[in-house]
Design a protein around this ligand. Sequence first.
Ligand code: OSB
Ligand code: MG
Length: 371
Amino acid sequence: MKIERIELRHIKMELVSPFVTSMGTEYDEEHIIVSVDAEGVTGWGECVAEGTPFYSYETVQTAWHILNDFLIPSVLGLDIESVDEAISSYTKVRGHMMAKAGLEAALWDALAKTKNLSLSKMLGGSREKIEVGVSIGIQNSVPDLLKKVENYLDEGYKRIKIKISPGFDIQFVEALRLEYPSLLLQVDANSSYTLGHTELFRKMDEFNLLLIEQPLGYDDIFEHAKLQKVLKTPICLDESIHSLDDTRAAIELDSCRIINIKPGRVGGFSESKLIHDYCTLKNIPVWHGGMLESGIGRAGNVALASLSNFVLPGDISASKRYYREDIVEPEFVVNKDGTMDVPTKPGIGVEVNLKALEKVTVKRIEHKFRH
Ligand code: OSB
Ligand code: MG
């Protein structure tokens, strides 16, 4: 597959409601949409670097720079048979996983389309439907949270994750448990605690949570092992895992017993698959995280989550949970039984709504291969 043209679009989409976490409040989401033209098809990917360096050091600006000045020049004009060939052309670039993942996603989609295969099939997925949950930001009060949860459960979501931060934690967990004794419930701290909070986590241990996501340092593996040692509840790492190597270290040290996979955080679908396969071997469950993606990124997430060891519901919610209008057709919906259908058409399996995409584009650049 000859890579002829690559386009980047900086997009900005307004969230239906502000998303509050220990990292701050997000009102709109800025990402980069990557499109690759090759052999008469167009492949689409989403780079999930955000406007701010609060979840990860990468931002839209750093990813734009790395894509434009290093990654795109490496792959433009290549004639590839597999995505791995493209990846090997930029192994010199260290880090910048989100920039790499955005480009890789577009290449996977294009390659799948040239082979007339769904992305799910291309990646080795085996499910027709995936189980999905919803990630709820920090609420002002317990009644506000209960109302939100009730609405999402009515829509079918199978699992609830709530964001926590010091002072906004145990009272929310306790209230939800009282109201819903058997709810699949988990919490995400986004690195806002320290080992000094060990007693708090021991109290949380009583609430039968599915997992506690990234309680300690955003790059830490060592201290999470200390915390895991004194907890029954599995710790799940998100921010700390950027590669298969990080995964191996975390599992060998018993720093966590569950892994959150986000292709953006680990450099793409290829590394995600390696992590998924390694975790299968080690009996470590994985689940698919989310970065408030548009339908383009979401389509890739759904395809990846169709692999067999994604055994816990993902942070993959309906388009309308995030945005008034998505940029793909059809939009993603949640079935009454809390599942989402895995698209079966070639590639990402949904059409990009070019008019809607144009409306949210704030900057655009194209690179054409010159023969
Ligand atoms: O920590 O999982 C996270 C969104 C942005 C950055 C980090 C995280 C999240 C979410 C949202 O929790 C998950 C979703 O996309 O629904
Ligand atoms: Mg997280």
